[in-house]
Design a protein around this ligand. Structure first.
Ligand SMILES: *Cc1c(COP(=O)(O)O)cnc(C)c1O
Length: 360
C-alpha cells in the first residue's frame, strides 16, 4: 500500500461543536489530499491541516467544470464503534463519475484506507446525538493551467469532513415540492448520472424559483419530453402506489443513489413489490385522482428518507397521504438509521468499521 505522510497538528483546545450543527458549515481540522499527473499517476498522499487552496486563475475546473464529488457519512454506533456507511460503493461511484468526465481513476482500496485513517484521526469530531453524523466529502478536480478545452492532465483529490446535524431534529417534516417543466436537471446520455459540479449549478435557478413560491424542492422531469418523473431536488424519488412501490429506472439522467439502492434492497427483504420503471406524470396524477397514490418520498445520504407532503403541477396541488409521512417512509428511515447506528443487524454488509488505532 502507498504511504501516507501525516502532518497532524495537535489541537490546543477542546473541540466544541455548536448545538445546531446544520449541514456542511463547519469542518474538521484535517483533510486527505493527493495529486495526479500523467508521469507519476497519483502521488503526494497527505493527511494535513485544512488550508486554503492555491490555484492558477486558468485552472481547468473553474472554467469548464471538470469536477466531481461524493457524499457519505460516518457514525458512532451505540456500541461505541466508528463506522462508515457503504464507502466502497461511494468510491466506486466516484470512479464512475471520473470516467464520464475524462478524469483518472482512483485506487478504491487505497482511498478507502486513507479515508478510514482520516476519520480515525478526526473521530472526536463525530457528533454523538441520534441523527447526527460526520459527513464525508471526497472531491476531484482538474487543475491544468490552460484555457483550451480538453481533459486536464493534472488533478487534485481531497477528502474533507464536516460534522452535520440531524436532518429532522424534531421528527419528520414532510416537504412540499414543485413539479415543473420549465427547466430540466439533466438529459439522457448527458452527465446526470455523474456527481459532477455542473449538474448542481444547472439546478439552482429552478430551485430558487420553487423556494420563492414556498416549495422546498423541485421534482425534476425527464430532459427530453418532461413526461416522466426523475428526481426530487438532489434526491431520488419513490412513489407508493396501491399495489406497488416504484422508483424511476436509471435511464442515464438519474443519479444512481446509494440510499436508493439500499431502500430497494430493504423493500425486497420485506417482500414488497418494488419496480424500477418509468413513472409518467400522467400516471402519477391519475393515481392521485383515484386515491391510489399512497406516499411519495425522496432518498439521499443527507436526509436518508424525505417524505413529500405536497406535489404541485401547473397550479394543481396534490396533497399526499393527508400531508403526513407514510408508515413505510418512517419504517425505512428508522431501519437505515438503526443499521448505521449499529442498533440492528447489518445483513447486507453496508457498515465498514474504522479501526480507531491510527497507523501514524
Ligand atoms: C447524491 C445525489 C443523490 C442521492 O444519492 P445517495 O447516494 O443516496 O446520497 C440523488 N440525486 C442526486 C442528483 C444526487 O446528487
Amino acid at each position: 500500500m502507498e504511504k501516507i505522510t501525516y502532518q497532524i497538528k495537535p489541537r490546543t483546545s477542546k473541540i466544541e461543536l455548536p448545538s445546531k450543527l446544520g449541514f456542511g458549515k463547519i469542518f474538521t481540522d484535517h483533510i486527505f489530499e493527493m495529486d495526479y499527473s500523467p508521469d507519476k499517476g497519483w502521488h503526494n498522499y497527505l493527511i494535513k491541516p485544512v488550508e486554503n487552496l492555491s490555484v492558477h486563475p486558468a485552472a481547468m475546473f473553474i472554467h469548464y467544470g471538470q469536477s466531481i464529488f461524493e457524499g457519505l457519512k460516518a457514525f458512532h454506533t451505540v456500541k461505541g464503534d466508528t463506522v462508515i456507511f457503504r464507502p466502497e460503493t461511494h468510491l466506486k461511484r466516484l470512479n464512475h463519475s471520473a470516467k464520464r468526465l475524462c478524469m483518472p481513476q482512483i485506487d478504491e482500496t487505497f482511498v478507502l484506507h486513507a479515508l478510514k485513517e482520516l476519520v480515525a484521526i478526526e473521530k472526536d469530531w463525530i457528533p454523538t446525538n441520534s441523527g447526527e453524523s460526520l459527513y464525508i466529502r471526497p472531491l476531484m478536480f482538474g487543475t491544468d493551467e490552460i484555457l483550451g478545452v480538453h481533459p486536464s492532465k493534472v488533478y487534485k483529490f481531497i477528502i474533507m469532513l464536516s460534522p452535520v446535524g440531524a436532518y429532522y431534529p424534531e421528527g419528520f417534516k414532510p416537504v412540499k415540492i414543485l413539479m415543473q417543466d420549465d427547466y430540466v436537471r439533466a438529459v439522457r446520455k448527458g452527465v446526470g448520472d455523474a456527481k459532477t459540479a455542473g449538474n448542481y449549478a444547472a439546478s439552482l435557478l429552478a430551485t430558487e424559483i420553487a423556494n420563492q413560491l414556498g416549495y422546498t424542492q423541485v421534482l425534476w422531469l425527464d430532459g427530453v419530453e418532461q413526461k416522466y418523473l426523475e428526481e426530487v431536488g438532489t434526491m431520488n424519488i419513490f412513489v407508493e402506489f396501491e399495489n406497488e412501490i416504484a422508483t424511476p429506472k436509471l435511464t442515464g439522467s438519474i443519479l444512481p443513489g446509494i440510499t436508493r439502492a439500499s431502500v430497494i434492497q430493504l423493500l425486497k427483504d420485506k417482500n414488497y413489490t418494488i419496480n424500477e420503471r418509468l413513472i409518467s406524470v400522467d400516471e402519477f396524477i391519475e393515481a392521485y385522482k383515484n386515491g391510489k397514490l399512497k406516499g411519495v418520498f425522496g432518498t439521499g445520504t443527507a436526509a436518508i428518507i424525505s417524505p413529500v407532503s405536497e406535489v404541485t403541477f401547473k397550479g394543481n396541488k396534490m396533497v399526499i397521504n393527508n400531508g403526513e409521512e407514510s408508515k413505510l417512509a418512517v419504517e425505512l428511515f428508522n431501519e437505515i438509521t438503526e443499521i448505521q447506528r449499529g442498533g440492528i443487524a447489518d445483513k447486507h454488509d453496508w457498515i465498514t468499521n474504522v479501526a480507531t488505532e491510527v497507523t501514524v
